[in-house]
Design a protein around this ligand. Structure first.
Ligand SMILES: [Mn+2]
Length: 261
């Protein structure tokens, strides 16, 4: 990217494809990369959690490395990269990845500041906290712009790009800063129990990303949803022993029956 976009200091590309949370879904990643290419967009960034998941972590890492996509490290890829992380998904990813892929993950930065942009996974200071959504025992809600502003206070950027909650969204802060989340390329729905039990559901199985552009001094973020062979991804998740991922990949929803009163 440095050969084309430079530091983006005054030379921001005509459009930037913003990807996040591929989560080892190579089919979704390749469909997004094809869509980006068909639009003539050459500059791509990734906001973290490239490989964590029961699909194809190795193929995904190889594609990201081969394409030289600038990337921050997500909280779940941090678990894969460092020995203290342990769970079934981490163990699967480690068993699939070669040492060079784990090293690549370990060396990814938690944030990237480039030109007017700040790239992070969760918030600029915490890769495990949602920037645009608040989770409490009473549910998930969009944060007010003032809450988002407090989480990016002191950050020198016109645009803050974040991932992690897999929910396409954008907020313009009172001072004019744009905060945008492109959604997830490879995982359209999940349940988590931190910081309180909650469920994220895009409602359809599409791969999501965003296109950031600067026109007449205005930053704009366009949301894109790409169809791909999600049934193949769902079948792979099932073969790898993850019916929860399989359902989410095929439908963009989680299993409601377990949690509905
Ligand atoms: Mn994450």
């Amino acid at each position: 990217m440095s050969s084309r976009g430079g530091s983006w200091g005054g030379h921001f590309p005509a459009a930037l494809a913003v990807l996040s949370d591929v989560h080892g879904n190579l089919g979704a990643l390749d469909a997004v990369l094809d869509d980006v290419s068909a639009r003539g967009i050459r500059d791509i960034v990734h906001l973290g959690d490239a490989v964590y998941g029961p699909l194809d972590p190795r193929g995904t890492a190889e594609r990201m490395i081969e394409r030289g996509i600038p990337s921050v490290r997500g909280n779940e890829d941090r678990l894969v990269a460092f020995p203290e992380g342990r769970n079934a998904t981490v163990d699967f990813a480690r068993s699939e990845l070669r040492a060079e892929h784990v090293r690549w993950l370990a060396e990814l930065p938690p944030t990237i500041a480039r030109g007017d942009l700040l790239l992070c996974h969760g918030t600029p200071r915490d890769d495990a906290t949602y920037l645009l959504l608040d989770v409490s025992p009473s549910g998930v809600r969009a944060r007010d712009p003032s809450e988002v502003a407090a989480l990016v206070e002191g950050i020198e950027a016109a645009v803050v790009l974040c991932g992690h909650d897999h929910t396409p969204n954008a907020v313009r802060l009172p001072g004019g800063v744009l905060v945008a989340n492109p959604g997830s390329v490879g995982c359209p729905a999940y349940e988590d129990d931190q910081p309180a039990p909650h469920r994220i559901e895009n409602g359809t199985p599409h791969a999501r990303y965003a296109i950031l552009s600067l026109r007449d001094d205005e930053w704009a973020c366009e949301r894109i949803a790409v169809a791909y062979d999600w049934n193949a991804a769902a079948a792979l998740a099932r073969r790898n022993g993850r019916p929860d991922w399989s359902l989410a990949l095929a439908t963009g929803r989680t299993c409601r029956a377990r949690h509905e009163p």
